[in-house]
Design a binder for this molecule. Structure first.
Ligand SMILES: Nc1ncnc2c1ncn2[C@@H]1O[C@H](COP(=O)(O)OP(=O)(O)OP(=O)(O)O)[C@@H](O)[C@H]1O
Ligand SMILES: [Mg+2]
Length: 247
């Protein structure tokens, strides 16, 4: 794990270096989420990707921090019950979390943890279960989400990759909107389109894509932290808004 000198994980750049261009990129994502569909009540947003390690968890954590920094009451739910990392990013215990609430051991209030970021709370994954998909595809999960809706302005849900396991597909019908993270220069566009189509079949409201790890070729360290612009649905051509963030 990447821990910083002052105790914050380096992955949480919006917490460590709020004025850096990378943090600015995450703020752009926050703004674009806000404006992507003002008519929709986008309170619960699922963040997923086609494949593994595209930056879902890192992106979600940083966007959540920027939302809290803007004065919103924000909750992160780690619903990646296979490879959870939100507790590592925020350096909190994972003794109780989503799975503990789903099996009825703890209430949502009992399982939530404050983070070092004012206004941001975290429901870690909790102990990893043998049956993640069944736990997520349950009335307990629906009720967890509807409870979280009451206490927070924004709820961001972390999940496993959509093309690998069925969990994101299950979750996408329970949330208000879905965002796909795409790793720049790695994810194939046809796979992204397949993922979008799959999630839309699962009743997902597709909000857009975040292009992660956009790299600038200049030598200057400061400019290595480059971020791309936002594309409207029309410009993107496939119904995808696009924002880049590179670290
Ligand atoms: N913009 C970025 N710049 C540099 N490194 C990044 C960036 N985003 C993510 N990473 C790194 O890439 C790795 C994978 O990131 P992360 O865990 O967020 O991906 P993920 O999609 O959630 O993975 P998984 O599929 O396992 O859930 C981590 O080591 C993270 O620190
Ligand atoms: Mg992850």
């Amino acid at each position: 794990m990447l821990a910083s000198k002052n105790g914050f994980n380096r992955q949480l750049i919006t917490r460590l270096h709020p004025k850096s261009p990378v943090s600015e990129a995450y703020r752009t994502v926050r703004t674009n989420i806000h404006f992507s569909n003002p008519e929709l009540d986008q309170r619960i947003i699922l963040v997923t990707s086609s494949g593994p390690e595209e930056g879902k968890s890192t992106t979600l954590a940083n966007v959540a921090v920027t939302m809290a920094q803007a004065g919103k009451k924000v909750l992160i739910i780690d619903a990646d019950l296979r490879k959870p990392v939100q507790h590592k990013i925020f350096e909190l215990s994972n003794g109780r979390g989503t799975t503990s609430v789903l099996v009825g051991d703890f209430s949502l209030e009992e399982a939530l943890q404050p983070t070092p970021v004012a206004g941001l709370q975290l429901l870690t994954s909790g102990p990893i279960p043998p049956n993640p998909s069944e736990l997520l595809d349950s009335t307990a999960m629906k009720s967890l989400l509807s409870k979280s809706r009451q206490g927070f302005d924004m709820v961001l849900v972390d999940s496993p990759p959509a093309m690998a396991v069925t969990d994101a597909l299950i979750l996408c019908s329970l949330v208000d909107g879905v965002i796909l993270v795409i790793k720049s220069g790695q994810t194939r566009i046809d796979i992204v389109k397949d993922t979008k189509a799959l999630l839309e079949k699962g009743q997902a409201r597709f909000l857009g894509v975040i292009l992660n790890e956009v790299k600038y070729s200049g030598d200057d360290y400061r400019y290595y932290y480059y971020y791309g612009g936002h594309k409207s649905e029309e410009e993107a051509g496939d119904g995808a808004g696009q924002t880049g963030a590179g670290q």
